[in-house]
Design a protein around this ligand. Structure first.
Ligand code: NAD
Length: 362
């Protein structure tokens, strides 16, 4: 029997290519993993199925650890995002997105080492929405008017932003515990409490209460999200671990990914009390699907996070070091990295050839 069993969800778009590259690299470290392949994605809908089959959920619940490729969410089709569904079904309340500098990526910033801890289960992603013109939207608009809460234009669509004491407490506590366990010095809670008094205001109040318990062990501060974005691009060294409600976490993590070289290299993890699902920040990049051109670095660095979680730090660090070497050498890199560094994609290699170069340096 293998030491670890991991659910592997190739996903769709560029997902199958980058996950197969990742699987080959992880196997080349010699780490003992049995992969249980499970499906999710838009292609299952075309075959008359559901984009997130029950067997896939069951496999993750059984194995407790999964790694996936991206999954397409068709716009405006009524198809709920598989990723949002997975996070809700498995209560994966943490979205961990580290952003750190790698050599040879052509990034605008060097020496970045930030960790984004994004709340994953509520806020504007809770999925409580009312379509423009629906009876429910009209009822809600009338209720707001009658109760004196405020007036909303009659031709509005409405998305609710729930922020709870319990979810805020557990995400800020998780961020503080993560900071301590990983020798981080500071946690910044990000919000817009000056405008959104009952949602972000509550988040900030809870964050301050949690932070009090870490006094003397961690530095804590809060920032308003817009000022935080400016601060990140002007003085990134002022930040360490950032903890944010769902929407700001999504936006700020892409900002940080951009600072270190873009989506092709940004890893991520969704973590709950029972299960963890590892996935890169980027999406399915449908226009590159099947072309063997996508950069698998984000998926490889996602595997590094997974291997650390599986208590396989040696394999994790070997992959990270091999990726660093390939990027620093700059010859066997994919089109996106080549273009940033030379202004042209000439001489770039494919997804699998890049994986081969990483394997050769393990
Ligand atoms: P995207 O991340 O798929 O792609 C945006 C652009 O970034 C691409 O066109 C490409 O130029 C570049 N890019 C992304 N990943 C790359 C890689 N590995 N190598 C090289 N270049 C890369 O974002 P999008 O176009 O907004 O979304 C496409 C689909 O993916 C949508 O349906 C969206 O809902 C979905 N999505 C899924 C996830 C997920 O599964 N976790 C995350 C984000 C978006």
């Amino acid at each position: 029997m293998s030491k670890h069993t991991v659910t592997l969800i190739p996903g769709d778009g560029i997902g199958p290519e980058i996950t197969s590259a990742m699987q080959r690299v992880v196997e080349a470290t010699g780490v003992d993993i049995a992969w249980e392949i499970a499906e999710a994605g838009a292609h299952l809908m075309e075959q008359g199925g559901t984009p997130l089959p029950q067997e896939t959920l069951d496999s993750i619940k059984k194995n407790k650890v999964a790694i996936k490729g991206p999954v397409t969410t068709p716009v405006g089709s009524g198809f709920r995002s598989v990723n949002v569904q997975l996070r809700k079904e498995l209560d994966l309340f943490v979205n961990l997105r580290p952003a750190f500098s790698l050599p040879g990526t052509g990034a605008r910033y060097q020496d970045i080492d930030l960790v984004i801890v994004r709340e994953n289960t509520e806020d504007l992603y809770a999925g409580v929405e009312f379509e423009e013109g629906s009876a429910q939207a009209q009822e809600l608009i009338e209720f707001c008017e009658k109760s004196g809460a405020g007036s909303i234009r009659k031709d509005s669509g409405i998305s609710l932003k729930p922020i709870s004491v319990s979810a805020s407490k557990r995400i800020v506590t998780w961020a503080c515990e993560y900071a301590l366990a990983n020798d981080r010095k500071k946690v910044t809670a990000v919000h817009k409490a000056n405008i959104l008094k009952y949602s972000d205001g509550l988040y900030l109040k809870v964050a301050r209460e949690v932070a009090e318990q870490y006094e003397g062990r961690l530095e804590f501060e809060d920032r308003i999200v817009d000022a935080c974005c400016m601060g990140l691009v002007m003085r990134p060294e002022d930040f360490d671990v950032l903890v944010l409600p769902n929407l700001y976490g999504d936006i700020v993590s892409d900002l940080c990914a951009g600072m270190v070289g873009g989506l092709g290299i940004a890893p991520g993890a969704n973590i709950g009390t029972e299960c963890a699902v590892f996935e890169p920040v980027h999406g399915s990049a449908p226009k590159y699907a099947g072309l063997n051109v996508a950069n698998p670095t984000a998926e490889l660095l996602t595997a590094v996070l997974m291997l650390r979680h599986l208590q396989e730090p040696e394999a994790a660090e070997r992959i990270l070091e091999a990726v660093r070497q390939v990027l620093a050498e700059g010859t066997a890199v994919t089109y996106d990295i080549k273009r940033i560094n030379t202004g042209s994609t000439d001489g770039s290699v494919g997804t699998q050839e890049y994986a081969d170069a990483v394997i050769a340096r393990l």
